[in-house]
Ligand binder design. Structure first.
Ligand code: AGP
Length: 613
């Protein structure tokens, strides 16, 4: 949810920290702050709102020569969890003496008890945050060794943390630690940069170290010493990021979202590359790390996720049942973790997450592991917490997804789920002929998406007819039902139009009462077993004056006749067609939001990665 940056170098720490925060701003952006070490003083500057406000505030508070000479600092961009997004609640937070500063991602579950104990010892708090309690606790534990003070404080903490700590008593070092919230350390030449996300590091170095849960590191400009919380040294390998700085830029597009929509053919090609067996009509997914025999013994697939990832799972449900004859179900991750699920060792649990940091999905993974299921993950961010927790899975290889509204991650998730279902199916009753046919269709997905992207201008024109609407209905059946849900999520989260997705058959059981003349209904009516039924539902809506935008298959003149507007997509297997269909809805939603002047990449109230419950 929030972004952390720490820097140790020869100079220019404030500028490095602020530009790092800008790379992380998509993760959470309702307030920001930074703390620097100037000689024996900790200087702090904070601002509510975007990082640009902090940059302006710091430039007012500190003279240019200070910006230049300071080499150590930490910074934070916040998505509020405890206390409103005010300057007082912004991080960094200080200890009682003002000589220790802390930035923190995560939630301290027992912060109230800790705060009461510290208040009893004379501590006073200025903010409503759990983080300030931790900064005071570290100060309270400091007996002259900052590393040990942080260890002792963290031993008292219940909850999750990704932190960076500096102290004027021990200049030239940052203590950083993690439990349930990612920390990456960039190892540069005479400099080190700590961040909650590699996109803040990529401009400095490709060499990174991912901390594991309960790792704590002492970082200087020239060294990284990692231990566990019992002060026992641990070894963490230096990995190569393999990203270039440009990926964090917009590449000429007005918004990251449109850049990432256009990246989909390449992202999908990366997700599919080397994973199809066009001889056997199957797929090759090393990350599933199980033999066909082991997979054949599984009795059920349970997919867990949130938001867009949940919608991808819903497409996967149809894929696993249609292709692999295996019972498949989808559970909202937060529901799964609290319902005491009936899960056992013959269940195949797949955790789906773009960020790999969604708290509810991570908790669902742990619950499934606790119950002995065969658990794997489907994530995009390499080295993310969910990927490391499951230790088994398939990376999307979609590249960094910066825009809060997920696009390429969804289409890559669905593509990989199709390949997983194909692999399972070919170990069961799915024939080689069927497998070969589907494998070839999966291989063609990048081209199918390219053909939809080529309709961008047409879709932009159609979008103009929906800019003034405040309500919209999305309907679909079969695997196009989750596509309708995903289209509604896209439109609502970036244009703020109240858009809802329904199973097409569900409208007449209540929601159709909301239809008035002119109400827009977006019908996902591509070729498939239920298409004609969906067209029937379209007629029911038209009879009540609704305005229909159809997502239909190229050449389907019957469907064209009942639509006021339509976007046609290439003909494909119904499961494969979900991907070009959703791309049409992504582009449609983008243009409606753009025409409404919305803040597309960072919608109000949202953050890219929801690392809290
Ligand atoms: C998607 O557009 C949203 N930003 C949101 O629903 C997101 O899909 C959800 O928070 C899950 O995130 P994850 O895939 O990183 O776990």
């Amino acid at each position: 949810m929030c972004g952390i940056v720490g820097y140790l170098g020869k100079a220019n720490a404030p500028s490095v920290l602020i530009s790092g925060l800008k790379r992380l701003e998509y993760r959470g952006y309702d307030s920001a702050g930074l703390a620097i070490l100037d000689g024996d003083k900790v200087l702090v500057s904070k601002a509510s709102g975007k990082v640009a406000n902090l940059s302006e505030r710091a430039s007012i508070n500190w003279p240019p020569e200070l910006f230049k000479r300071v080499g150590t600092g930490i910074a934070h961009t916040r998505w509020a969890t405890h206390g409103p997004p005010t300057e007082v609640n912004a991080h960094p937070h200080l200890d009682k003496t003002g000589e220790i500063a802390l930035v923190h991602n995560g939630i301290i579950e027992n912060y109230r008890a800790l705060r009461a104990r510290l208040e009893g010892k004379g501590h006073h708090f200025v903010s409503e945050t759990d983080t300030e309690v931790l900064s005071h606790l570290i100060g309270d534990c400091d007996k002259g060794d900052l590393f040990q003070a942080v260890c002792d404080a963290l031993h008292q903490v219940e909850g999750t943390f990704g932190i960076a700590v500096i102290s004027s008593r021990e200049p030239g070092k940052i203590i950083t630690a993690r439990r349930g919230s990612p920390i990456v350390i960039g190892v540069g030449d005479g400099e080190a940069i700590i961040a909650s996300d590699a996109s803040a590091i990529v401009a400095h170095t490709q060499r990174v170290i991912y901390l594991d849960d309960d790792d704590i590191a002492t970082v200087t400009a020239d060294s990284v010493d990692i231990r566990d919380l019992n002060n026992v040294p641990v070894t963490r390998e230096i990995a190569e990021l393999g990203l270039d700085a440009s990926v964090a830029e917009k590449g000429g597009y007005e918004h990251f979202m449109m850049k990432e929509i256009h990246e989909q053919p390449d992202a999908l090609a990366n997700a599919i590359r080397g994973r199809l067996d066009l001889q056997l009509g199957s797929s090759v997914l090393a990350g599933m790390s199980a033999s066909q025999r082991e997979l054949a013994e599984l009795s059920r697939v349970v997919m867990v996720g949130c938001g867009t990832s949940l919608h991808a799972a819903m497409v996967g449900e149809y894929a696993f049942e249609d292709l692999a004859d295996i019972h498949a179900e989808v559970q909202q991750a937060a529901e799964f973790r609290y319902r005491n699920p009936i899960i056992g060792n013959r269940d195949f649990v797949v955790a789906i997450s773009q960020s790999g940091e969604t708290a509810d999905t991570l908790a669902a993974v742990k619950e499934a592991q606790q119950k002995g299921a065969f658990v794997m993950s489907l994530v995009n961010v390499v080295g993310s917490t969910i990927a490391r927790e499951t230790g088994r899975g398939v990376y999307l290889h979609a590249g960094p997804e910066i825009s809060v509204a997920s696009t390429k991650a969804f289409t890559c998730q669905v593509s990989v789920l199709l390949m997983m279902a194909l692999k399972l199916g070919r170990g069961r009753r799915y024939s080689r002929e069927e497998g070969l046919k589907l494998a070839r269709e999966i291989d063609s997905i990048p081209e199918l998406v390219n053909r939809v992207i080529a309709k961008n201008d047409l879709i932009a024109e159609i979008a103009e007819n929906y800019v003034k609407d405040e309500h919209a209905f999305f309907i679909g059946r079969g695997p196009m039902y989750p596509v309708a849900l995903e289209g509604a999520l896209k439109l609502k989260e970036i244009s703020y139009i109240h858009a809802e997705g329904y199973h097409a058959a569900e409208l007449k059981h209540g929601p159709i009462a909301l239809l008035q003349p002119g109400t827009p209904v977006i019908a996902v009516a591509c070729e498939g077993p239920a298409k004609d039924k969906t067209l029937g539902n379209v007629e029911e809506c038209r009879a009540r004056g609704a305005r229909i935008l159809g997502i239909i298959t190229e050449g389907d003149t019957n469907a064209e006749e009942v639509m006021d507007d339509f976007i046609s997509i290439p003909k494909a297997h119904p499961l494969v067609a979900t991907i070009p269909a959703v791309v049409a809805l992504q582009i449609f939603s983008y243009h409606v939001a753009r025409l409404r002047g919305c803040e597309i990449d960072q919608p109000r109230n949202l953050a890219k990665s929801v690392t809290v419950e």
